[in-house]
Design a protein. Sequence first.
Lengths: 137, 323
Amino acid sequence: MKQPQTPSTEQLKYASLLQILSIAGISLLIIGFIIYVGEILTPIIPVDELNKYWNLNSTEYISKTGIPTGWNWIFFLNKGDIISFLGIIILTSADIICFIRVLPIFIKKKDNIYIFIIILQIIVFIFAASGIFEINH
Amino acid sequence: MSLFRYRTTIYTFILPLFLIIIVSNAFAQGNDNQINSLNPSSDWWMWIIVLFIISFILGIIAVAAGVGGGVLFVPIVGSFFPFHIDFVRGAGLILALAGALSAGPPLLKNGLANLRLALPFGLVASVFSFLGANFGLEMLSPPDIQKILGFIILLVIVVMIVRKKDDLPEVKKQDTLGSFLGLSGIYHDLFLDKTIHWQIHRTLSGLILFAFIGFIAGMLGLGAGWANVPVLNLWLGVPFRVSVASSKFILSITDTSAAWVYANKGLILPIIAVPSIAGIVIGTKIGVKLLLKLKPQLLKWTVIIVLLFASLRALLKGFHIWN
């Protein structure tokens, strides 16, 4: 099956949305970093105390700092160190949002194999994002 | 010896030496962490500045050597900085993800990256990067991670040394699975000034290779470009330029599921990730300009020397010989 020389509609839609999300994610990451190191908002972990914790493993780090895990960061959006985390969430959600955006185009084209692949991909991402598969080491 | 060769020789030794001195110095200070911790308010700035400088240098040399920043970042920062290896892996994933997401849109728009090609391989790689991330965090201790990292970086070095490229691989007959998935395409190659029709073969074994790549990427927080491109180009028969472009896009899908695992555990520290991303992005822009002045072979060997040093350091750390 040969494809047209110009990128498909779904590929162009995917690219446009991905561009917006990647710029938004990186910008928010940097803005959050400035807010954190500039101490504009009160953080959970003061920036000058970070070096006491960054050599700890995750279990010790979480127990000593009380940093929220999973989706609990939502309740701490007024904290300086959580703002940057919003940027990370946008970056890690970018592909999920783009897949949801192009799925209707594949459905309209009745491209059944790729509808199945995209739905599977969205499920994998949502499963990973949900944190259902909790780790403790 | 001509002036150029003389300068080339200097750069070959100066660049890795400069990098090694900086990271060794950082490491030496890391050993004195107890002393530093007496004055924490001045401490963190030093690490962030050194991290930015190292990432900046990595960005310069990585672009010309044809590897992503993630594959250099994790072994070097993991070996020489005081950060726990879990935070370094988390930062490595976000670093690779941010780079791939930034590069993806223009490559998709100009048709070099191919969405259909990326979807099945990205799906398999993302499932296994999720498993790899969980396996790496749950089952492996930091020394285990350092040992595996050391061996994998040695493998990366071997791939870099023996790696060849095939601009237009010949695929005489597409396999059944590749045909079923519609994995073929057309693009206009500006360098060759002709329209290229391509199709792939060995699809099933390619999917298995992507499963392995995804697992390693998730487990160690490495980008996967070093392995994606040879598999797409040399094994599956995708034209080189389409392979490089689609690899970036596949990498973003691969790293997304692993990054969520690290993010949910609070293992992505913006204080480490942001200066690293900034350093790599600025360094990459300068690296692109340097690419026009220096021979890619020179920078490739610079990267190999740095990687060799980092892999030996990781192995020695893993085996508790040089902690």
